[in-house]
Write a protein that binds this ligand. Structure first.
Ligand code: AMP
Length: 192
């Protein structure tokens, strides 16, 4: 089983690259952001709660997010592993994920692939995405910069934890999509 944590600030191309990794290695993507958006669209109690944080560019509380992730992992899946996109974002979540993967999948996190993109390009990409998707958290520069700074404040520690485990690999996230995918594939092949 290959379990990948796909890591990177908002707008770094995690979603696009996850799609390519999924088809290459028969993985299932679990994106906590997508799960929240699904719940918000359907006005579920979880969605209403999450919206109050997401619209401000803040992180949803760890417990709420982690319970949602566990529910998702309990669903049967005919796949060879998972891509975690958007989770973990804190050191608490990193420890939770280790435990959850062990308990639910009898497996472990194989690698953390981190896409590196400079802030100026992230803001540009997110504003463009907001124009076509209508996502509120992608439409205002102040909300975007808040999300990016939340990422650096809270999630830098996640990278440290994976570095300590020798599982952290940085990939340049600027360039042709296919070229970036090839670099990611090569890293996964190394640990297969
Ligand atoms: P994303 O699509 O991954 O950028 O997530 C969109 C928003 O959902 C984030 O800005 C957070 O408000 C919330 N979110 C997604 N994943 C998490 C997480 N692991 N922990 C807390 N909040 C999250």
């Amino acid at each position: 089983m290959i379990n990948i944590v796909l890591f990177g600030p908002p707008g770094s191309g995690k979603g696009t690259q996850a799609e390519n990794l999924i088809s290459k290695f028969n993985l299932k993507q679990i994106s906590t952001g997508d799960l929240f958006r699904f719940n918000m669209k359907n006005d579920t109690p979880l969605g209403i709660l999450a919206k109050s944080y997401i619209d401000k560019g803040e992180l949803v509380p760890d417990k709420v997010t982690t319970d949602m992730l566990i529910d998702e992992l309990k669903k049967p899946c005919d796949c060879d592993g998972y891509i975690f996109d958007g989770y973990p974002r804190t050191s608490f979540q990193t420890e939770c994920l280790d435990k959850i993967v062990k308990e639910e999948l009898k497996s472990e996190i194989s690698i953390c692939l981190s896409l590196i993109v400079e802030d100026r390009i992230l803001v540009e990409r997110l504003i463009n995405r907001g124009k076509s998707s209508g996502r509120k958290d992608d439409s205002e520069v102040s909300i975007i910069t808040n999300r990016i700074s939340e990422y650096y404040k809270k999630t830098a520690e996640v990278a440290e934890l994976y570095k300590e485990q020798g599982k952290y690999v940085e990939i340049n996230g600027v360039g042709e999509i296919a070229e970036i995918s090839q670099k990611l594939f090569a890293e996964v092949e190394k640990i297969k």
